[in-house]
Design a protein around this ligand. Structure first.
Ligand code: AN7
Length: 375
């Protein structure tokens, strides 16, 4: 099979700078990036061939928000469990199995639990997830249940669930796979590698949602790793966005009762707060909060203009980008990348509640269809 260069208009890219063969036989992020990771591909690896997600250029979206810059969306919803968490989970679960763990545990707003449950199933070990009762998107809950995890719902929020999980970590043969496990961060940094490999450069700005702040920590590490070995010639400014009702880093203090439609980032006391601060300071970045209405607006806009269905949390950086475009914060011609952290199908309720209309019910007749179509 021959792969042709892709002409994007402003620059000519290859699909990847790795060998064509590596695209055809992608075996996951540990296999691809083992030289930058603490788990090696020769070790027993628990993988679902995660990573290698598309970086989609979003010119329609850019135009619709009046942006005079390039926007590239890293569609992490196309990982095996439909979120970026799989990158960290392959590393954390592989290491856990190697050291003899029999159970993995995590607290979660949904995606971590889906990913942990899948990788534990693949490894043949058990998994217990602790979730805030009633605040998990349907798709994520369905995943954890289907992959066979023990699902515990607590009458409390994510921060309280994580506190319990921290204490479970001291039990023999139990491994915590939240991002307080440093191996999760290591795996997640590979998304930054893929962005640079695909663009053949680092972006000027990277936008992403911030919840527990593991991912902003991970991307910054990834961009720095590539820069330090001169694979790239610049470092992006990291632009993070929290939901207004769950914005501890922006407010400078924990939020006791976080609330947002973007349940994935409904977190009041992020575990990687320090990592986020480092990324923001070192990259000369920026963190802000966006209202739920802005999140929903961006969520619908990217679906309608680009055919990209992401979950509400992933729309937070897009809402932030809309603001930045309005406020002229981004110099024209900049190359912006943004993490679309989870798939829209994870949260069908929010989609249906916000789509703005219901299917139009008619008789099964051509005339009726034509009339409804306005033809
Ligand atoms: C779609 O699953 O914290 O700032 O328990 O699912 O690294 O926490 C999920 C977080 C962004 C925030 N987008 O990332 C969990 C969990 C989506 C997410 C975030 C999450 P971090």
């Amino acid at each position: 099979m021959k792969l042709h260069p892709v002409d994007t208009g402003s620059e000519t890219l290859r699909l990847m700078n790795n060998s064509d063969q590596s695209i055809l036989s992608w075996k996951g992020i540990i296999h691809q990036y083992s030289r930058y990771l603490p788990v090696k591909s020769e070790d027993a690896v628990i993988s679902l061939n995660e990573g290698n997600t598309p970086l989609i250029r979003a010119d329609n979206f850019a135009k619709s928000i009046g942006g005079d810059f390039e926007i590239w969306l890293k569609f992490e919803g196309l990982n095996p469990t439909c979120s970026f968490k799989d990158r960290g989970m392959t590393v954390a679960v592989s290491a856990a199995v190697q050291k003899g763990a029999e159970t993995v545990v995590c607290a979660s707003t949904g995606n971590t639990s889906a990913s942990a449950a899948a990788y534990a199933a693949r490894a043949g070990i058990s998994c217990t997830v602790i979730l805030p009762h009633g605040k998990i998107a349907q798709g994520k809950l369905a995943q954890a249940l289907m992959y066979g995890a023990t699902v515990i719902a607590v009458e409390g929020n994510f921060d309280q669930a994580l506190q319990i999980v921290r204490e479970l970590g001291s039990i023999d043969k139990v491994e915590v796979v939240n991002s307080i496990n440093p191996l999760r961060i290591e795996g997640q940094k590979t998304a930054a590698f893929e962005i640079c490999d695909t663009l053949q450069r680092a972006p000027d700005y990277h936008f992403l949602p911030v919840g527990n702040a593991g991912n902003i920590t991970a991307y910054w590490r990834g961009f720095k790793d590539y820069f330090s070995i001169q694979k790239t010639d610049r470092l992006p400014a990291m632009f993070g966005f929290q939901a207004a009702g769950a914005a501890p880093i922006v407010n400078g203090e924990p939020v006791a009762n976080p609330e947002t439609v973007a349940t994935a980032i409904r977190i009041g006391n992020p575990a990687s707060w320090q990592g986020a601060n480092t990324a923001l300071q070192e990259s000369k970045g920026f963190i802000d909060k966006v209202e739920d209405e802005e999140i929903i607006h961006a969520y619908k806009l990217v679906a309608k203009t680009e055919g990209l269905f992401v979950e509400p949390a992933s729309a937070a950086p897009l809402a932030g980008l809309i603001r930045c475009a309005k406020e002229n914060r981004i110099p024209s011609g900049s190359v912006i990348t943004a993490s679309m952290t989870g798939h829209g199908l994870k949260d069908p309720d929010t989609a249906i509640n916000n789509a703005g209309f219901s299917p139009i019910v008619i008789k099964p007749e051509l005339d009726e269809v034509l009339k409804t179509m306005g033809l």
